[in-house]
Design a protein around this ligand. Structure first.
Ligand code: AOF
Ligand code: ZN
Length: 338
């Protein structure tokens, strides 16, 4: 059982972790406690290539000062030599008697620190405040598991599955509540992806805005996929974060590049061609379908070629939720086996 002082230290370590950047490496914080439960040192990880949180904390202590201490860390101490040495070994060498951590390291290359510590006689307790730590690290953990950012594909459609009227006009199919919901979700994404077709047709700003037009504090990075020329006065070029342009249509390449940049959450709002490409490639981890009670008919379908020519090929989904938003409905769906 973690002590009250350890739980308090873990809460503090989670706050320290948030000081680090969201990137290729996880956000990790650490607090070293004396046997009496007093804080001796604190540390956090400042991104790939820099000291890990435990080592950062230990570096603030005189040699020998951590003997018999407890190290509280938000992530299982690593057991590998990557850009830095194994933290499990640093803790053993510092004479730490007990280690308390929240989340086991899902990175196979780095995992095994808890076992290594136990083998050296250190008392180890994991899964402490694991839910709080998951709130912080879920995105990073998804990237470890998927080996790419997690992709949400969003589209708005009429009740009869159309994304636009016959002349291409589509503003607006859904009402203000649905659009506000989209903006809230944009603010939670690291990147927002559109195709050049949609960009040229709608000239979207790709910012996350409140209904009064003000910007959310966090903005997704705009990403434009496609070979068409983007006009110099396109609204996306005035986005607070520099847009990335990918002439390639190879989505694996795009996602690998975004992962390297520390992107964990991708929001695809790119129009039927791009949405279909993500679905066809099996890259849509989550689908947000905003359905408006309107009929448009015609051939401007919300999705085009998703690789289904016979019913056996259908993309079977699990509807996670159906939520009324004003006059519209939001259906959140995932692949039946994720
Ligand atoms: C820890 N403490 O503060 C962090 C850990 O390339 P490196 O050497 O920075 O290693 C990166 C991996 O180490 C990362 O993928 C994750 O598994 C672990 N991160 N581990 O003990 C830390 N940031
Ligand atoms: Zn480490």
């Amino acid at each position: 059982m973690a002590t009250t002082a350890e739980l308090e230290a873990m809460r503090h370590a989670l706050r320290l972790a948030r000081r680090g950047p969201r990137g290729v490496n996880p956000q990790v914080g650490s607090v070293i406690l004396s046997p009496a439960g007093d804080v001796l040192a604190e540390g956090w990880h400042r991104g790939a290539g820099t000291a890990h949180a435990e080592v950062d904390a230990l570096s603030k202590l005189e040699p020998g000062a951590a003997r018999g201490a407890t190290a509280v860390v938000t992530l299982e101490p690593c057991n590998h030599t990557g850009r830095t040495g194994p933290c499990a070994v640093a803790l053993i060498e510092a004479g730490v008697a007990r280690v308390v951590y929240a989340i086991a390291d899902p990175n196979a290359a780095a995992a095994g620190g808890a076992e290594r510590l136990r083998a050296a006689g250190v008392e180890v307790e994991g899964a402490v405040l694991v839910d709080d730590a998951m709130d912080l690290l879920r995105g990073w953990i998804d990237v470890q598991r998927l080996r790419r950012p997690r992709v949400t594909v969003k589209w708005a459609q009429s009740l009869d599955g159309r994304a636009a009227a016959a002349d291409g006009t589509s503003q607006w199919i859904t009402g203000p509540e649905a659009r506000a919901d989209v903006h809230r979700r944009r603010a939670e994404a690291d990147a927002i992806v559109v195709g050049t077709g949609t960009l040229l047709a709608d000239d979207p700003a790709l910012t996350a805005r409140r209904s009064d037009g003000s910007l959310y504090d966090t903005q997704p990075r705009p990403v434009v996929i496609g070979s068409a020329e983007v006009p110099t006065d396109a609204a996306v070029r005035r986005h607070p974060i520099d847009p990335l342009f990918f002439p390639t249509r190879d989505l694996d390449t795009v996602l690998a590049d975004l992962r390297e940049r520390g992107v964990q959450r991708v929001f695809v709002e790119g129009g039927p061609t791009l949405a279909s490409a993500f679905v066809r490639a099996g890259l849509a981890d989550e689908m947000l379908v905003y359905v408006a009670p309107v009929l448009l008919g015609g051939d401007r379908l919300a999705l085009g070629d998703i690789g289904v020519s016979t019913i056996a090929d259908a993309h079977r989904l699990r509807a996670a939720s159906v939520t009324p938003l004003g006059d519209d409905l939001l259906v959140v769906a995932h692949p039946a086996v994720e």
